[in-house]
Design a protein around this ligand. Structure first.
Ligand code: PAF
Length: 282
């Protein structure tokens, strides 16, 4: 396994592999890897000849007062994990390598970033699309893998790739959950065991939404009311949003037709967690 910190060297290595006719599969991450990341890598290993990942906690996608400084980091442990996952190349740039002095370009996907997390984190997606565009230019993958847990991120990146004619297939992979249903996230590390239990109301509420949908309920307001009620049973959990949106445009909808996403974001203490499920007619 190679560890590369310089963008130029990564580009050279990818160019070589491409000339040899190899398919490059890529999993971008911010490290503190968990089973969710490993499932993306497993798929990348299956579908690519070369599996590259990046580990980079991207400062530009954190707003002022957010958790950039305390975001969990453990490169040593991450490198151990990825070795076992059959990763060929780990790209681990520094912030200075990615954003040199005088950096002034960004990528903005306009509409799908407006709703949901875009309301309380107005600069977040610009940071994500800018860094992912840079990583795509550096790693030069054919395939890139993202988890559906960050559903709005996945849709935003797909839109960027389409709008900017990037020659990359973006593949969304199912959310991986802990045995009790909590969606895997590096931020779960912030939760003590009490909070960890309380936040399960998130998953319970989505399960209820699925159940109501399965029973034929199509009114967004009715489902949302029930979801809110379940989350609000836990006094320590505050809702940022609970919304039902069109699964492609991410605009709010009143009536579920075709494919919709029910997305929730909550705060418990200082920790912000998100989750979602797709509601789709058979
Ligand atoms: O999902 C993440 O971990 C990050 O947003 C990403 C895609 C690696 C960009 O920094």
């Amino acid at each position: 396994m190679e560890i590369i910190a310089q963008a130029k060297e990564m580009q050279r290595r990818s160019e070589q592999r491409r000339r040899e006719g190899m398919i490059i599969a890529f999993v971008p991450t911010m490290g503190y890897l968990h089973t969710g990341h490993l499932s993306l890598m497993r798929e990348g290993r299956k579908r690519g000849d070369v599996l590259a990942i990046s580990i980079f906690v991207n400062p530009t996608q954190f707003g002022p007062g957010e958790d950039y400084g305390r975001y969990p980091r453990d490169l040593k442990q991450d490198l151990k994990l990825v070795q076992g996952a059959g990763v060929d190349i780990v790209f681990t740039p520094s912030a200075q390598e990615m954003y040199s002095d005088g950096f002034q370009t960004s990528v903005d996907v306009e509409r799908v970033t407006q709703n949901l997390c875009g309301i309380s984190r107005p600069h977040h997606f610009r940071g994500v699309t800018t860094v992912v565009a840079k990583l795509f230019n550096i790693v030069k993958p054919h395939l890139a893998f993202f988890g559906q847990k960050d559903y709005q991120q996945l849709i935003t990146i797909k839109q960027m790739v389409e709008d900017l004619n990037m020659d990359i297939e973006v593949i969304g992979m199912p959310t991986i959950r802990e045995p009790d249903g909590l969606a895997m996230s590096s931020r779960n590390a912030y939760l003590n065991s009490k909070k960890r239990k309380e936040v399960l109301s998130l998953y319970r509420s989505l399960g209820k939404a699925e159940e109501l949908f399965g029973q034929g309920e199509r009114s967004a307001a009715t489902i949302l009311q029930e979801v809110r009620r379940i989350i609000e049973q836990e006094n320590s959990v505050t809702i940022d949003y609970v919304k039902i949106c069109d699964a492609r445009t991410l605009e709010d909808i009143d009536e579920i037709k075709g494919e919709a996403v029910i997305a929730v974001a909550v705060k418990i203490g200082k920790t912000r967690l998100i989750d979602n499920i797709i509601l789709k007619e058979e």
